[in-house]
Ligand binder design. Structure first.
Ligand SMILES: [Zn+2]
Ligand SMILES: [Zn+2]
Length: 157
């Protein structure tokens, strides 16, 4: 049996550039893409329906990320990719020691944890309160008072 009508996604490339891929832990070329489901006819996407989603795709590992990743200050990711269990065991300590929230999240999602779960883990470790660095924009656990990157005094959110 041959399906004449089907569904498929039509993906367009909108832009490209360099970013720090949390999975590769390195600077990589990315493409910003949009995808929208289409009704297809003989496998040709024809009629758009549903919402367009945009994502950032690493051209090296082909993992996809939320476009918000580009507006974060370039995270210098922690040296080596640690196994997830290891990271979870040391999360609280690392955040208390001054690892920025953004890096910890990137490390957790890089190790395969879903972003919403990663955020939950961070909140369980150090609560919801954040301090922000006015210089680089990174955020820290509430107990921190200076940015580990540039030694700027942190501000309460
Ligand atoms: Zn990558
Ligand atoms: Zn800073």
């Amino acid at each position: 049996m041959i399906f004449i009508f089907g569904t498929s996604n039509r993906t367009k490339t909108l832009a490209s550039g360099m970013f720090t891929c949390p999975f590769c832990h390195a600077q990589r070329p990315y493409e910003r893409k949009s995808t929208r489901p289409h009704i297809s006819f003989y496998f040709i996407p024809l009629i758009p329906y549903g919402d367009t989603t945009e994502f950032i795709e690493c051209q090296h590992c082909h993992h996809a990320y939320d476009p918000a990743i580009l507006s974060h200050p370039t995270p210098r990711l922690t040296r080596e990719a640690r196994p997830l269990a290891d990271q979870l065991n040391t999360l609280k300590q690392r955040l208390q020691d001054g690892v920025p929230i953004e890096w910890a999240l990137a490390d957790l999602t890089g190790a395969g944890l879903e972003r919403t779960l990663a955020i939950q883990q961070v909140e369980q470790a150090v609560g919801r309160g954040r301090k922000l660095c006015p210089t680089c924009g990174l955020s820290y656990a509430e107990t921190r008072s200076t940015c580990s990157e540039d030694a700027t005094a942190l501000q309460s959110e």
